[in-house]
Ligand binder design. Sequence first.
Ligand code: NAP
Length: 273
Amino acid sequence: MSKVALITGASSGIGRATAILLSQQGFKVYAGTRDTSKFVTDSDNLQVILLDITDNQSIQAAIHSIYKAHGRIDVLVNNAGYALVSTVEEATEQEMLDQFNVNVFSIFRLCKAVTPVMRENSAGVIINVSSFLGKIGLPLFSFYNSTKYAVEGITDSLRYELSPFNIRVHSIMPGFFSTNFAKDNLVTNSSVNSDSTPYSELVDRLIPNILEQINDGNDANSAAQLVLKIIEDESSPARATVGDKASKFIPMRRELSDEDFERRVREYYNLNG
Ligand SMILES: NC(=O)c1ccc[n+]([C@@H]2O[C@H](COP(=O)([O-])OP(=O)(O)OC[C@H]3O[C@@H](n4cnc5c(N)ncnc54)[C@H](OP(=O)(O)O)[C@@H]3O)[C@@H](O)[C@H]2O)c1
């Protein structure tokens, strides 16, 4: 029997590559997106499904229709996410809430909705797409990075809660990947974008560097391959890295003291000004 997978934020980048790869491997894939016109496919194994991850009714409708068709959901990939680019001082209340709503609370919503279905089948795999920035602080990315730290915390906690039901929980920490992320999903606060920001020197130094690193980043297919490997290998570790920046920084993070690690990040991103 084919395994059934639901992927969030699947219209582009890592989500899309994962949807395509899993469908080619024989999974019945539901590619969740806010805009179904963005992902057209004629594959029998791949169905694009309307899903607003900030809306419980939309989540319930999607899960219900998948359950009705297959009576099971074997895999959930919580992939959707965006980055608020802002200093803490300049962010609006709404921007802060939106960032955590999409990147963190939606993972809780999806896990909450899919858990009863997975428990019924005494099996399941949940993979949360975090980031190497889930272990690293960066200025202008306090909100985004802290959402990814939270994703790591969700993964670690949920593993205990769901293992008695044979449901595995993992996170993947990509480095920078050349997807639509830099173009579509770096959402910059308007004050930070203006010439009058007191942080202009930092913005001018860091943002072009980050944009370049994302655009020159790894290919989304390698992240998709990692997702497939985690699904297939029951002994997969709780978290795994993929991409150059993740394999550079994550081992360094483990080995160095907080102070030494901060020094290296400051040097690498020219943050000593
Ligand atoms: N690219 C990188 O360098 C990088 C590095 C580390 C981690 N990541 C993480 O990888 C995941 C996928 O990103 P990507 O690189 O593949 O970028 P992408 O090509 O821009 O895709 C991002 C996806 O997230 C969804 N999304 C964005 N904002 C949303 C919102 N407000 N509400 C609901 N869904 C939203 C979109 O889904 P729709 O289909 O609904 O439009 C889109 O398909 C994200 O969680 C990101 O944080 C990316």
